[in-house]
Write a protein that binds this ligand. Structure first.
Ligand SMILES: *Cc1c(COP(=O)(O)O)cnc(C)c1O
Length: 394
């Protein structure tokens, strides 16, 4: 009997053995003329990094050779998601290769202004499920708190592009989170608060601490999570001061947005080590992106490298149908195939859950290979990762 799964597997072995396309290594910042005179202490200062982010086509063209598509993407300023690239992230960009996965996540292209018919402003209907400003309540026992509209870098695939950016309108009043905190207080079922944004780690330590401590005071909140990309885009932000502050509010868990093995540098590892050593369990969330991480061998390399820096792969997201992201989206089968090539073939800890956030507010729906071949009364016919068939009797 011919077995399609086995042939698939054989194909994968070849794919996994294929060398990762050789990519230029990270540049030392002194090799970039714009930064050649920067003092190493400034370079390591996260405020310096934020202040010197690349915000214009002019600055960017001093770092990379822009393509026509990128030039077009950069010309359009109005209505576009903000441009901001940390100098640190810029050192990871291949200046010559427009397909560089680091570059494509940060540099807008013309395709970003194309809106496909099914794309939405708020694909996960977060605004509809918001009982208080900055709060999203979708699941019974946990809430999402959007702590800021700012990020260190704006990812071109951002699903919350309707909110985030370097606009001036952000409310920074002292009472900003009062209604959200009141809502959590009066909702005894909420045992888990996920602080995200924007990126909450772009807030100053004291601002973040005041928010974290107010949530911590609520007795029915069992734990906090922080969703961030800062360890990847601005690892200098992870200071001893921040780590010690967060440590006081344990248990805090952290989900870090990682998409490609090139993001795992020595500097990033140092940041993750500091967080781990502060007792913060780390997980990763990745967005499946066409031409960036949609090959099983790239994802496999990513999850293996994540385990080595003590980050547990948590989710792979199908790229949400948010306006202007069609060029990043892959077929769902691509994601399923990645899980197929991981589960059983490598450590269980390395296998994230592939999810689609149900358009219109359905929440995260797990999608994966089907291992149940047939199911009858008291009998399951299953296949394993190699395609071998097993019967389980209940
Ligand atoms: C992702 C998400 C959560 C957290 O979901 P988990 O599966 O528990 O990680 C909570 N609320 C909202 C609105 C979310 O989108």
């Amino acid at each position: 009997m011919s077995n399609p799964t086995l042939t698939e597997n054989q194909k994968t072995q070849a794919e996994i053995a294929a060398p990762v396309r050789s990519t230029r290594r990270q540049r030392d910042y002194q090799q970039i003329s714009l930064y050649k005179d920067v003092n190493p202490l400034d370079w390591e200062d996260w405020h310096w990094q934020l202040k010197h982010r690349i915000r214009s086509k002019d600055e960017l063209s001093q770092i990379i050779k822009l393509t026509a598509e990128e030039e077009k993407g950069l010309e359009k300023d109005k209505g576009r998601l903000s441009l901001a690239i940390t100098p640190y992230w810029a050192t990871l960009i291949d200046p010559e290769d427009p397909t560089c996965p680091i570059r494509r996540q940060a540099v807008p292209v013309a395709a970003e202004s194309v809106v496909a018919p099914h794309e939405m402003v708020d694909p996960c209907a977060e605004d509809r499920d918001s009982p208080a400003p900055h709060l999203v309540h979708r699941y019974p026992d946990r809430v999402l708190l959007l702590a800021t509209d700012h990020c260190a870098m704006y990812c071109r695939h951002c699903t919350r592009r309707r909110l985030v950016g370097e606009h001036e309108k952000e409310d920074n009043s002292a009472g900003k989170f009062d209604a959200a905190i009141e809502y959590i207080k009066s909702n005894k079922k909420v045992r888990d608060v996920l602080i995200s944004g924007g990126d909450p780690l772009t807030l100053e330590d004291d601002v973040l601490e005041s928010l974290v401590s107010r949530i911590r005071e609520i007795s029915h909140v069992e734990f906090l999570r922080i969703g961030t990309r800062v360890p990847v885009t601005l690892p200098q932000r992870i200071t001893e001061g921040l780590a010690n502050m967060l440590k006081k509010y344990s248990p805090i868990w952290m989900s870090i947005h990682f998409n490609h093995p090139k993001e795992i540098t020595k500097r990033c590892k140092l940041a993750c080590d500091m967080l781990s050593e502060a007792g913060i369990p780390l997980g990763s969330q990745s967005v499946l992106l066409k031409g960036i991480n949609d090959r099983p061998y790239i994802m496999k390399k990513l999850v293996h490298e994540l385990l080595q820096i003590r980050v547990r792969p948590y989710y792979i997201y199908q790229c949400d149908p948010v306006r202007g992201t069609q060029h990043f989206r892959t077929p769902v089968a691509v994601g399923i195939n990645i899980i197929e090539k991981l589960r059983g073939h490598t450590s269980g800890y390395a296998v994230p859950t592939y999810v689609i956030d149900g358009p219109g507010g359905g929440g995260k729906i797990p999608i994966g290979p089907n291992y149940i071949l047939s199911q009858a009364k008291g009998k399951y016919v299953l296949r394993n990762y190699k395609g071998k068939i097993y019967t389980y009797l209940e």
